[in-house]
Design a protein around this ligand. Sequence first.
Ligand code: PBE
Length: 316
Amino acid sequence: MKLRQLGIAAGMSMALVAAGCGTDNEENNAPANDNNDVNNNAGNNNETEDNAGANAGEELDYTITGIDAGAGIMSAAEEALEVYDLEDWTVQASSDAAMTQALGDAYENEEPIVVTGWTPHWKFAAYDLKYLEDPEGVFGDAEDIKTFVREGLEDDMPEAYTVLENFQWSEEDMGEIMMDVNEGADEREAAREWIDNNEDLVSEWTDGVDSVDGEAIELVFVAWDSEIASTNMIGLVLEDIGYDVSLTPLEATYMFQAVAEGEADAMVAAWLPHTHDHLLEQYGDTMVDLGVNLEGARVGLVVPEYMDIDSIEDLQ
Ligand code: PBE
């Protein structure tokens, strides 16, 4: 297929934004009654519960550290700015890799940071983080991750169709691969190790499925850590029954489009009912829905536990 990888290496500048956001204000010992901003040109302030959001806002230059512009969570974050009247704030596009880099850098220095976050993701195992409450429900409730294949796959590749239809695992399963990859393991090797350790589950997906003889199958995905884990894993399972598997990273819209137009065979990366609803609306009619492969996913705005804000409203 001709679609190119877009948007996933868009902005390493995020790490710089986060690293550069001044936090020296904490050392400012302005008198407690000096609330009139006279000498406040460095954005200093006294950290009180009342203005914790404003403080964080100033320190962060009113920037939410986002990921690739095509991700559903990015449009949800933009919507949140409107719904919660956060007109001073912007959502900075970058990539999953740049976002986690910025998060890691901020965390190390106990600096404030707000990221577009989701579960499953290794960042929750690596750092103490919390979702900001979302009383307006902009980010939706629990999400499922679903599998879609192109029309005609059932006839053309019934073996792959069956495996993809059977594929279902848990947040913990996906998390194991993600964690290994984050700790430096090769993506394929991490997926292979998980398969080796979970033969019973994998054999439920491949039960009764005949081997094939090197037929080419193409899986599309977006280079989010969660989808790197799932796509590499299911790709290996298909390889093990004889397919010649290629994995193509794309921007989210093109991932849906590729399957809808039959240019790619399958994807296991549709977050619904909320995050990718606009993409499902656009492309859903010409794709085959093979159901949920992971239950209980979640998206939202995520901050380190040490930040003294709890709700998106606190960013006002
Ligand atoms: N995510 C991870 C995706 C879905 C999977 C939350 C970054 C998105 O926002 O589109």
